[in-house]
Design a protein around this ligand. Sequence first.
Ligand SMILES: C[S@@+](CC[C@H](N)C(=O)[O-])C[C@H]1O[C@@H](n2cnc3c(N)ncnc32)[C@H](O)[C@@H]1O
Length: 316
Amino acid sequence: MNNQEFYHEPVLKKEIISLLVTDKKGIYLDCTLGGGGHFRAVAECLEPGATMIGIDRDSDAIQWNLRNPLQTSSRVIIEQSPFSEFDKVLERHAISAVDGMLLDLGVSSWQIDNKDRGFSFMGDGELDMRMNRNSGISAAEFIASSSEAELCTILDRYGEVQNAKRMARTIKQCSHPIVTTFDLRNCLIKEYGPNLKYKVLAKVFQAIRIAVNDELGELQRFLEKSVSFLKPSGRIAVMAYHSLEDRIVKEFFRAGELGCICPPSQPVCTCKKVASLKRVTRKSLQADDAEIARNPRSRSVRVRVAEKLSNRNRYI
Ligand SMILES: C[S@@+](CC[C@H](N)C(=O)[O-])C[C@H]1O[C@@H](n2cnc3c(N)ncnc32)[C@H](O)[C@@H]1O
């Protein structure tokens, strides 16, 4: 990464701080450091003795934040890691539980606008799309190694692309090799015509990005571990930008609120399920018109926050 600014306008910054920070001397984990907007905002409101941890799977984000250190009296830890493995980072620093965890999902504006990263059809670059370029296969390799049926499933499930079958066939049977973002874009324009909507292209790129980075698997694995690493009354805040992610979070938080799930006809509980979470936001929080006008990326955000029940408040 050269020395250019890693820019990203953090979404709902004030709201996130007030929902996430419950103890100003506590330990907070930003799992999606990016340009460090939320990270810095949370750190700024903490008091001496607090700890702020930032992780990201993208080495560019890590390098940028290390080169632009926080002016704070808190202890700061910044490490490259996928958030599904946040527990290993905590373990390395002998931290058993935190007061708050933040996930601001997806990619940063910087990643999208940097054409060398291959996330966008607006600029020509290698069709890479990996958040961590040292792990897994690029989007071009993913397309080359997937069957038409596999690609169809991805486009349908992750992009909700209409007639995914035709789209997958077009991509797999393209007359030129698909190596760059414009190769993919031009292949689709050739089939669908020059009026192919940006919205459709965006869905295709999104679907492939989600698959290449296993984004939904990452989220699911993170959530499954998260509660065990929260202190009682600690909070998890998740900012999702599409319905597939938001649904996973919503269902996880809802299930966490449930105690016994045995059928009502059963006199004695055998499931032994105990409620572990309480939703802080019953409905998802969204950006208002002023924020959307200022930061269009906030248009699709859905924020959900849950709190870990203290043992005293757990119920079956
Ligand atoms: C929307 S940006 C976060 C922006 C940040 N909140 C800010 O204010 O600058 C999302 C970031 O999360 C990272 N990311 C996405 N999925 C990840 C994962 N599974 N593990 C770690 N980092 C991830 C991306 O690389 C990107 O830098």
